[in-house]
Write a protein that binds this ligand. Structure first.
Ligand code: DX5
Ligand code: ZN
Length: 211
């Protein structure tokens, strides 16, 4: 069954707890928390403190997506805060393998993300050191964009290569395109706008889980 990870980027920041609880009650499998440093992407979002407080109320794993130039400096603080899945971007270079190993050593799942324009070759060297590959289906930075269909082939190719970890997609996922992603081998779908704008998120989540 596909796991759904509502993205709190689409929540009302003044009602973050209410909105997170709403998604948990609606059947969220994970909660996706975007972290943006204004360098790697042109936006700023959520801190370790946000993760720490969400951890207090969340019975489901926290899936923390670090859109940062220097995530290595912050792995410990996000892990201490309660990240269950911690994902870094391959485009940053540096000691990717060392960072992934560190996340695993601390008992969390290690994720490696790639932007829509980044080729799969940029994650291949580290597949064995990851629990999850996050294929971005929009340019990272903002919610509410349109899904880039070309990314579907990356998901298919990862499975063709025998990758057995989680494959997650993030950006522009809606009820009308999810089945195409799962058909390629997607196992975790991040959804912001579609779920938060839904009149009945629980009903939508139930339909998504049937796909
Ligand atoms: C984009 C973020 C996504 C975003 C997805 O940089 O990583 O998590 O919140 O939102 P939607 O579903 O609105 O595209
Ligand atoms: Zn994200």
């Amino acid at each position: 069954m596909i796991r759904i990870a509502p993205s709190i980027l689409a929540a009302d920041v003044l009602n973050l707890e209410r909105d997170a609880r709403r998604m948990i009650a609606a059947g969220a499998d994970w909660l996706h928390v975007d972290v943006m440093d204004a360098h790697f992407v042109h936006n700023l979002a959520y801190s370790p403190e946000t993760v720490r407080r969400l951890k207090e109320i969340s019975p489901v794993p926290l899936d923390v997506h670090l859109m940062m130039d220097q995530p290595g400096r912050y792995l410990d603080v996000f892990l201490d805060a309660g990240a269950d899945v911690l994902t870094i971007h391959t485009e940053i270079g540096g000691d990717i393998g060392g960072m992934l190993d560190k996340i695993r050593r601390r008992g969390a799942k290690a994720g490696l993300a790639l932007k829509p324009g980044t080729g799969l070759s940029a994650v291949i060297p580290w597949l064995d050191q990851t629990d999850l590959i996050l294929t971005m289906t929009v340019e990272p930075g903002f919610g509410g964009q349109k899904l880039n269909e070309a990314v579907l082939e990356k998901i298919a190719e990862l499975r063709d290569r025998g990758y057995r970890g989680e494959i997650e997609a993030d950006g522009g996922i809606r009820e009308d395109n999810l089945a195409r992603l799962t058909a390629k081998g997607l196992t975790v779908a991040v959804m912001g706008t579609a779920l938060y704008r839904a009149e009945d998120p629980a009903a939508m989540m139930a339909r998504l889980h049937e796909m």
